[in-house]
Design a protein around this ligand. Structure first.
Ligand SMILES: [Zn+2]
Length: 214
């Protein structure tokens, strides 16, 4: 599990330094489906102070695999995703500012840029409000997410998922980027959305051809 812990730590530091998770907020996890072990960031610790052994190891019920730090208060949110979405191998939860502004306004992020169409495949939906740290938050988020890899948590932040940490982190970055662009486009007077057919075409092309085919 050393590699899983190191990967979670690596992306936690990236998230913190990007500004998408102010102070000690936000959290990241990754699942090893073979063993059913989840590595998740600890609760309330400064990201820059973390070492791999601070990353908590849990089973899919939330029980500690190894005694260590207290896990993130959003552990139930992460575990709900793994329980209900078998294709997901990593979860990134941020409080990134522009996307959270949409979450607070309880407005979906519109598809005004092609990158959001490619990476998310449509508007970023909004889950109904549920208290932080609850299983209800996780169930509502997964339900609202549908087939998308991201959802806004009302009055709270962003949940992004992927087959691995790199994929989930990319979704979190692109959601924030799209929220900022949509906000600025709105200030310029027009949030012109791509239509559904073009959004679907861009998404298909991205899944088929983008990257180095690793
Ligand atoms: Zn949060």
């Amino acid at each position: 599990m050393a590699i899983l812990r190191e990967k979670v730590l690596e992306y936690s530091l990236r998230m913190s330094r990007s500004g998408m998770a102010p102070s000690t907020w936000g959290n990241i996890s990754a699942l090893d489906r073979g063993s059913g072990v989840v590595a998740i960031t600890p609760s309330g610790m400064e990201y820059d102070s973390l070492t791999p052994s601070d990353i908590c190891l849990l089973d899919l019920e939330g029980a500690a695999v190894e005694i260590g730090r207290k896990p993130s208060t959003e552990t139930a949110l992460h575990l709900a995703v793994y329980a209900l979405k078998p294709e997901v191998g990593a979860v990134v939860h941020t409080h990134s500012v522009y996307a959270t502004a949409f979450a607070c306004a309880r407005r979906e992020i519109p598809v005004v840029n092609a990158t959001l169409a490619a990476v998310v495949g449509g508007r970023v939906p909004v889950a109904p409000y549920a208290a932080p740290g609850t299983r209800e938050l996780g169930l509502g988020a997964v339900n609202a997410m549908g087939g998308r890899p991201a959802v806004l948590l009302a009055a709270h932040g962003v949940l992004a998922v992927g087959s691995d940490l790199r994929a989930a982190y990319t979704v979190a970055e692109i959601v924030e980027d799209a929220a900022r662009i949509a906000c600025l486009a709105g200030m310029l007077g027009a949030q012109v959305e791509l239509d559904a057919a073009e959004t679907a075409r861009i998404r298909t092309e991205y899944l088929r051809n983008y990257g180095q085919g690793e």
